[in-house]
Design a binder for this molecule. Structure first.
Ligand SMILES: C=C1C[C@]23C[C@H]1CC[C@H]2[C@]1(C)CCC[C@@](C)(C(=O)O)[C@H]1[C@@H]3C(=O)O
Ligand SMILES: O=C(O)CCC(=O)C(=O)O
Ligand SMILES: [Fe+2]
Length: 372
């Protein structure tokens, strides 16, 4: 049976899941030269002052999928996903005006006073809402960022627009409409990418597309205010996304870094491209053939940085299990069956997502008998 609500006693929680009493008000802290200790990361995790080299990841022309030239695209995707799980998509058909509006609406939201943003305050244990850093959620290694997260469902017509109007009022209908359209576009290109991933793994174009039909995804607006000590903190700490596929658009400020061959490397922003990466759930769906790779976001002392992240997730109770064709003696079953609902709960209530989430989760479900 699927365990929907995991009850966790306090003693089960790791110290990093404890809350701090701090308030992160970016309008004050971005000018502060002495940043609070809770934002200072240990030196082995803090970014080095020398700038990271650029990581060149393949540019996938999405307009070529379902054409005779798709063969080349499929090969590029396969080699990127076997190596590190990062690639970019261009010619995706997303209206540049919609993209611009999505950035503008994020800018307007985050520039409002803290009190106004807190009307959408994220509640403990929930993955949606506004968070000014994660002061109420974690005690140390706090991220230098503000986020606004909300749910998108392929099956609920105006879920995003309703979220904005219900949480922030009628004045946010336009913003809600922009993100509703943006998420619909993200969902559309996710399914196209799923076709390419299916072909690249030899299971055909429909297998993963069908699996993610009716997806129940998470959209997150990330806002990284300037920080006067950018070498001591991180905007988003090192982690692998627990979700299935992430489609990220960065504004024109660099900050995304991927850990490859023992080094942090930057993926520079390109206004016409989305950065796509494989998450832990897709790694499990590919039976470990495709990598969910460690990445982070750094901050700078001069300008704010924004990124828009669409985290593709399956329906909550869908069983995450790789297709039979991907299980053989070279690739025996790598992870047990699980549901996205259980993994999401694990990351929100029990374990702070990092580079080891999937292994920690696997051990946990086997130990706790949360298996299906
Ligand atoms: C399901 C999710 C949890 C996080 C948001 C989405 C996908 C990525 C996860 C996250 C970004 C990984 C790094 C740590 C985290 C706490 C963060 O810094 O935002 C993670 C998100 C979260 O748990 O809120
Ligand atoms: O802001 C970025 O560039 C990356 C953010 C990220 O990795 C995330 O939100 O999961
Ligand atoms: Fe991420």
């Amino acid at each position: 049976m699927v365990q929907q609500h995991l009850s966790l006693s306090r003693k089960d929680k790791s110290p990093s899941m404890e809350a701090s009493n701090l308030v992160f008000d970016a309008s004050v802290l971005s000018h502060e030269h002495n940043i609070p200790n809770q934002f200072i990361w240990p030196s082995e995790e803090a970014p080095k002052p020398d700038s990271a080299e650029e990581l060149i990841v393949p540019l996938i022309d999405l307009s070529l999928h379902r054409t005779q030239e798709s063969c080349q695209l499929v090969q590029l995707v396969r080699s990127a996903c076997e190596r590190h799980g990062f690639f970019q998509v261009v010619n995706h058909g997303i209206d540049p005006e919609l993209l611009q509006q999505a950035h503008r609406c994020a800018e307007s939201f985050f520039q409002m006073p803290l009190m106004e943003k807190q009307r959408a305050q994220r509640r403990p244990g929930e993955s949606c809402g506004y968070a000014s850093s994660f002061t109420g959620r974690f005690a140390s290694k706090l991220p230098w960022k503000e986020t606004l997260s909300f749910r998108f469902s392929d099956q609920k017509q105006s879920i995003v627009e309703d979220y904005f109007v219900d949480t922030l009022g009628e004045a946010y209908r336009h913003t809600g409409d922009v993100y509703q359209k943006y998420c619909e576009e993200m969902s559309r290109i996710s399914l196209d990418i799923m076709e390419v991933l299916g072909l690249s793994l030899g299971v055909g174009p429909d297998h993963y597309r069908d699996f993610f039909q009716g997806n129940d995804s998470i959209m997150r607006l990330n806002y990284y205010p300037p920080c006067q000590k950018p070498d001591q903190t991180l905007g988003t700490g090192p982690h692998c996304d627990p979700t299935s596929l992430t489609i990220l658009h960065q504004d024109d400020v660099a900050g995304l870094q991927v850990y490859i061959d023992g080094k942090w490397r930057t993926i520079r922003p390109r206004s016409n491209a989305f950065v796509v990466n494989i998450g832990d759930t897709f790694m499990a769906l590919s039976n470990g053939r495709y990598k969910s790779c460690l990445h982070r976001a750094v901050v700078n002392s001069r300008v704010p940085r924004k990124s828009l992240a669409f985290f593709l997730c399956p329906q909550m109770d869908k069983v995450v299990r790789p297709p039979g064709q991907l299980i053989d003696s070279k690739f025996p079953r790598a992870y047990p069956d699980f549901t996205w609902s259980t993994l999401l709960n694990f990351t929100q209530k029990h374990y702070r997502s990092d580079m080891k989430t999937l292994d920690a989760f696997t051990e946990w479900i086997l130990r706790e008998g949360q298996k299906l």
